[in-house]
Design a protein around this ligand. Structure first.
Ligand SMILES: [Zn+2]
Length: 145
């Protein structure tokens, strides 16, 4: 006979279990639903309206954020002059290891941009080339005589 007292805890608390089994919360909630159906319908419609609004506005917001991110990335994109791999703010090309210091930013060399900023950077590069050519000409003029 090795049976002892504490080995049967279930015999000590059946009344507590029966008292806790009554779902007062659900009874009150169902009672409220029955007593105030207009309020519940109003709440339901409000929630539906919120969900519909989120479904309509959410993708628009996401698209706007994506467009802004794409514009930001395009502005910071550097195209490798050797292999054409675009990289974000890197000093070396991740594909071929060429130095990207001094390379024009903003899709100026890639040809896939076509926006106003790319045209302006191309114009700036052309002006710089013209200045270099003028300086070269003057230097040769000085060296020749
Ligand atoms: Zn490269």
């Amino acid at each position: 006979m090795e049976l002892s007292g504490p080995s049967h805890p279930l015999l000590d608390s059946p009344p507590i279990c029966m008292q806790r089994s009554i779902p007062w919360f659900w009874i009150v909630a169902i009672g409220l639903l029955v007593l105030a159906p207009g309020l519940t319908a109003r709440l339901f419609v409000d929630v539906l309206e919120g969900a519909a609004l989120l479904l309509v506005v959410g993708p628009l917001l996401l698209a706007g954020a994506g467009l802004l991110a794409w514009q930001w990335a395009k502005r910071r994109l550097t195209i490798c002059p050797a292999c054409g791999t675009p990289s974000l703010g890197a000093l070396q090309c991740p594909a071929c290891g060429a130095s990207l210091i001094g390379v024009e930013r903003g899709m100026g060399q890639g040809g896939t941009g076509g926006s106003g900023s790319a045209a302006s950077t191309a114009q700036a590069a052309g002006i710089e080339d013209a200045r270099d050519a003028v300086i070269d000409v003057s230097v040769t003029e000085v060296q020749e005589p």
